[in-house]
Design a protein around this ligand. Structure first.
Ligand SMILES: Cc1cc2nc3c(=O)[nH]c(=O)nc-3n(C[C@H](O)[C@H](O)[C@H](O)COP(=O)(O)OP(=O)(O)OC[C@H]3O[C@@H](n4cnc5c(N)ncnc54)[C@H](O)[C@@H]3O)c2cc1C
Length: 367
């Protein structure tokens, strides 16, 4: 990857195709990081905005696209437009997040940065009760942590991780395949990592998940679906639920699907003046639930049945799910959940010839 970034006042200008690991490697020596760094190294800046990206700074910073200050888009017809929150292309600035390439390609993005320190000191709180866990999560979000996320290992085991930058540390850990970061959550009350190691602490575990439950999804569906008379299907989901309903959703995942482990990450909602119609977060604080699982139930499920259960429960609770996951919405449901009217107006203005795919066709009909 060639030189990919330049500094602006409290921001960096980045090519859309730049991966976050390349960007972080460029930024840390300059004493900054992108405000939201998805925990997968190879996610690109453009992909995390055209899809959605979340990380442990999201409780304060929101999703990756909330850190966007300017966006240069190559439209499907070839023209390049620069979009800001208050210029003639502000509709595309706000409409681009969650457009999955259907409105054009992000060529360059100006992203807000955060100052960093060399180390991170994390404290892991251990809970047996989900309500106590979620109440503690709300409390730490209101305090002065720099990073907050958590893990639901099972119905009686929850770990909440709240971390702060540090200049000096008494020791430092480093994680990969073995020892794995997730194992340390169960064993430790506190830990210290170099900031770069901290940002990628989940990368190994997440890659493993992706291989197991993402790339091999269709194979798993075919093979596991016939096992032992039980009904299984791989489920990859990231769902954002308003904090007030998060306990219900967590209970649903555990009871109805038996899902574990579940990554739990608080996310700040849209701020006043933000209006991202294709991925609207109208409540002040959400909880993002990320899981890749192969649930088992005895009742037969039609293909995509688990995904449908998740979609219906998310909708009932006022949540929204990311579209990189398996999606099975009807066109009407999809329109209601992902700003159908605004999307059509954007499509008419920026892709009148229909050169790029339709969002529904790309994200749902392919499922
Ligand atoms: C198993 C799994 C685990 C995940 N875990 C996390 C997580 O923990 N945290 C997190 O933040 N995210 C997570 N994600 C989501 C991930 O960040 C999004 O799917 C993101 O969109 C991927 O970006 P990418 O660069 O890998 O792009 P791709 O996967 O290649 O593309 C994603 C979408 O964006 C479009 N796109 C890509 N680049 C551009 C561009 N420059 N301009 C316009 N459109 C573009 C593509 O056409 C596609 O529709 C996960 C996804 C999976 C499948």
């Amino acid at each position: 990857m060639r030189a990919i970034a330049s500094e602006a006042e409290g921001c960096m200008d980045v090519e859309g195709c730049c991966s976050f690991d390349a960007l972080v490697a460029w930024a840390l020596p300059r004493g900054v990081m992108p405000a939201v760094v998805p925990p997968l190294k190879k996610v690109t800046v453009g992909g995390a905005i055209a899809g959605v990206g979340v990380a442990a700074t999201s409780f304060r910073q929101g999703l990756v696209h909330h850190a966007m200050r300017e966006l240069e888009v190559r439209l499907p017809g070839g023209e390049v437009v620069t979009c800001t929150p208050d210029n003639a292309h502000r509709d595309l600035f706000f409409g681009f997040p969650n457009s999955h390439g259907c409105l054009g390609q992000a060529q360059r993005v100006r992203l807000a940065t955060l100052p960093v320190r060399p180390f991170v000191h994390v404290r892991h709180g251990h809970y047996r009760d989900p309500q106590a866990f979620l109440a503690a999560l709300a409390r730490v979000c209101a305090n002065d942590a720099d990073f907050v996320d958590g893990m639901a290992f099972g119905t009686g085991e929850y770990v909440l991780s709240a971390a702060r930058f540090a200049d000096d540390v008494p020791w430092r850990s480093s994680y990969g395949v073995e020892p794995a970061y997730w194992q340390s959550l169960r064993e430790r009350d506190e830990d210290y990592l170099a900031t770069g190691d901290w940002l990628w602490r989940w990368d190994t575990d997440w890659s493993w998940y992706s291989r197991q439950f993402g790339a091999q999804r269709s194979l798993l569906r075919r093979v596991l679906g016939r096992w032992r008379g039980q009904h299984r299907e791989s489920v990859v989901q990231d769902v954002d639920i308003p904090l007030a309903r998060a306990g219900e959703f967590l209970g649903f995942l555990q009871r109805a699907l038996g899902t574990a482990p579940i990554w739990v990450c608080p996310v700040h909602g849209d701020r006043p003046g933000d209006r991202f119609p294709l991925y609207s977060l109208a409540q002040p604080l959400y909880v993002s639930f990320g899981f890749r699982d192969v649930p088992q139930v005895r009742e037969p499920q039609e293909a995509g049945g688990f995904d449908r259960l998740v979609e219906e429960e998310a909708r009932r609770l006022g949540g929204i799910k990311a579209l990189h996951a398996g999606s099975h919405f009807t066109p009407g449901e999809f329109d209601g959940a992902y700003g159908g009217g605004a999307y059509r107006a954007l499509k008419a203005r920026y892709d009148p010839q229909g050169r790029a795919p339709e969002l529904y066709d790309k994200c749902v009909a392919r499922a």
